[in-house]
Design a protein around this ligand. Sequence first.
Ligand code: FAD
Length: 419
Amino acid sequence: MAQPQLSQTFNAPQTSTYQRGYDYDLVIVGGGIVGLTLASALKDSGLSVLLVEAKVESAAVAKGQAYAVHMLSALIYQGIGIWDKILPNIETYRRVRLSDGDYPGVVEWETGDINAQDLGYVGEHQALLHPLQEFVKDCSHVTYLCPAEVVNIQYQQDVVTIEMKFADQMQTVRTKLVVAADGSRSRIRQAAGIKTHGWKYWQSCIVAFVKPEKSHNNTAYEKFQSSGPFAILPLPGNRCRIVWTAPHEEAKALCALDDQQFLAELQARYGNQMGKLELLGDRFIFQVQLMQSDRYVLHRLALVGDAAHNCHPVGGQGLNLGIRDVAALAQVLQDAHAKGEDIGNIQILKHYERWRKRENLTILGFTDLLDRMFSNNILPIVVVRRLALWIMRRVPVVKIFSLKLMIGLKGRVPKLAQQ
Ligand SMILES: Cc1cc2nc3c(=O)[nH]c(=O)nc-3n(C[C@H](O)[C@H](O)[C@H](O)COP(=O)(O)OP(=O)(O)OC[C@H]3O[C@@H](n4cnc5c(N)ncnc54)[C@H](O)[C@@H]3O)c2cc1C
């Protein structure tokens, strides 16, 4: 069995917080990208943080996923001071092409549309997670416990008591606030009795990695097909990541094909713009859902990232929403702490909920609409969506608005992204 790794000693920090009966100002449960980003974002806040991750550090890094990282997320990482550690290992995209089957009216965005150098980035899980793990290890305000499991939480008016298992021993800590960053099946959310609304999609997503014969030209493609969206995202080393949406049975059957048959089906959807494709490694299948938590906060509890909301992968929004959540929460907590207010108080936490819940709902609705509008061949809907594409191509204000919505440049910008 892997040895537990502890990046800082598990002693309560000798701060005024501890003397007042708290071991940490806040405890973040979940050391995925979202939880680690929050711990990093609080570096200048004066708050002491315990970050608890259930998986061994190396297992947490080894996820076969990759993400589109939007402009606003990049600005947030710049504000934290970690972007220069992430950028060398991810790829840039400077053009986005959106097409509908074989309809020739393709919408194309370029950097010149918003006078930017890049439109966005694509990074593998480890290219984001590893620098964040290293960053928090260097932060004196963070104690990073990994692997450790939260076993029990008791919320009281003034304090939360958390029991956790670490290195085969039970430990108890007291804190002002618990932040659940423990993913879509969040046990913290469920234990707190927070209900969710949403639905599972009739489609699954196949994720695969390929190496094309010709250059990917730093272009991201969203090809809508009647079975669902098909995305091609550029990665370093002239590789590409595919997110291929299809109804469950079709997706399962595609995944069950041998490599050659799978590649032939893939090439047919991919097109020949990059020449022949080589399949790299395994393909993965994901179920997808839309989910919004009824509450993002309770007294002494806040939900962030997938613990609070899930959306369809079209447009690569999910992780980016989580990064925006934590930038907003960090700002709310830092401001409250600077004024000497109780960071776990529901009235403080509601500022975060009001900020993020509505913005996330807009994107959840936008991704749902895109998926439903484009995943069918119903004639009146085909006419409407092609008219929408025509307007997007011909009316610059609509074209720029939709680009900005997709890459996170609409909505309230957190202070971290303004530095
Ligand atoms: C096919 C597909 C493609 C996607 N593509 C994109 C994309 O291009 N761009 C994008 O922005 N998003 C994308 N997403 C969404 C993205 O994957 C998620 O939104 C993101 O990974 C959520 O991060 P998170 O840190 O909130 O949760 P997770 O990544 O689930 O992390 C949760 C962490 O909490 C830990 N944990 C769980 N329970 C406990 C516990 N009790 N105690 C301690 N630790 C615990 C887990 O071990 C894990 O490390 C995609 C999703 C899918 C399915």
